[in-house]
Design a protein around this ligand. Structure first.
Ligand code: ADP
Ligand code: MG
Length: 274
């Protein structure tokens, strides 16, 4: 006998974690947001940075990483054959390795070079549908890898380090998102700036946070990620800070950030249903 009818599963939400600047907390945010979300959701993290820091930070040594995003984007191997489970229950990853650096160049001559990721996800809808969230950790540039993420995503999350040039950096990011929305992906929205490495003792941190909020209003998450030494130690143990030291202020911030993201997504779903 068939069981009670279940409502069809909501399509997975695809979020690119991007900022053309390096060292602003993209990978840290991708890993820890993914881990926090995985306590209640099924999550897939796509490592799109040739540095492979998200893969390393999740405890996947290069030796047992296998083929990853390079094989999918350049060689056209199916995503389903490349996924790797992590120590975090509910979190799978598509790994990255140095060979991905070549993809920026090899993709240039390919047809639909900016849609390779989107096409790969579209080709296996049943695989993608296993996940409630697909997060993409982008490299620190606005090259083809980041472009592929922006074309495949519905939303961009921009980690922003609270420092002097923060606003300048974010305006380049918003222009890029606008351009991609107009030319390649009308669904794309910038809905989330996350202030990272916030230092409460530093007046500049406060000032930058105020300016960013004055300009971007509710597109800035209320949750602020503090600078915390436990956050920077965790990757060398191959662990998200949530598993390394869940009581630390950094881990707690990412738990709050995940809760805020889920709240925002529920509010958005309600608004579009109404
Ligand atoms: P990106 O991916 O943007 O290049 P990362 O997430 O790798 O940036 O962060 C850059 C460096 O800063 C890393 O060494 C990371 O461990 C450290 N870091 C990130 N967030 C924090 C934080 N909240 N507190 C302390 N160190 C942090
Ligand atoms: Mg990174």
């Amino acid at each position: 006998m068939p069981g009670p009818e279940r409502p069809p599963k909501k399509p997975s939400r695809r979020i690119a974690v991007a900022n053309q600047k390096g060292g602003v907390g993209k990978t840290t945010t991708a890993i820890n947001l993914a881990t926090a979300l995985a306590t209640t959701k099924r999550v897939l993290l796509l490592d799109l940075d040739p540095q492979g820091n998200a893969s390393t930070g999740l405890g996947l040594p290069r030796a047992d990483r296998g083929a990853g995003s390079y094989a999918m984007l350049v060689e056209g191997r199916p995503l389903s054959t490349l996924l790797v489970p992590t120590k975090v229950p509910g979190l799978d990853v598509l790994t990255a390795d140095n060979n991905l650096a070549g993809a920026e160049i090899e993709l240039v001559d390919m047809a639909d070079r900016e849609r390779r990721l989107k096409d790969a996800l579209t080709k296996e809808p049943e695989v993608v549908a296993r996940y409630d969230y697909v997060l993409m950790d982008c490299p620190p540039s606005l090259g083809l890898l980041t472009l592929n993420a922006l074309v495949a995503a519905q939303s961009v999350l921009v980690p922003l380090q609270t420092e002097f040039f923060a606003l300048e950096g974010i305006s380049q990011m918003t222009r890029t998102v606008d351009r991609v929305r107009r030319a390649l992906n009308p669904d794309l929205s910038l809905d989330g700036i996350v202030l990272t490495m916030f230092d409460r003792r530093n007046n500049l941190s406060e000032m930058v946070a105020r300016d960013v909020r004055a300009f971007f209003k509710d597109r800035v998450f209320e949750t602020v990620v503090p600078r915390s030494v436990r956050v920077s130690e965790a990757p060398s143990h191959g662990l998200p800070v949530l598993l390394y030291d869940v009581k630390s202020p950094g881990a707690q911030a990412y738990i709050q950030l995940a809760a805020e993201l889920l709240r925002r997504d529920r509010a958005r779903a309600k608004a579009t249903a109404a």
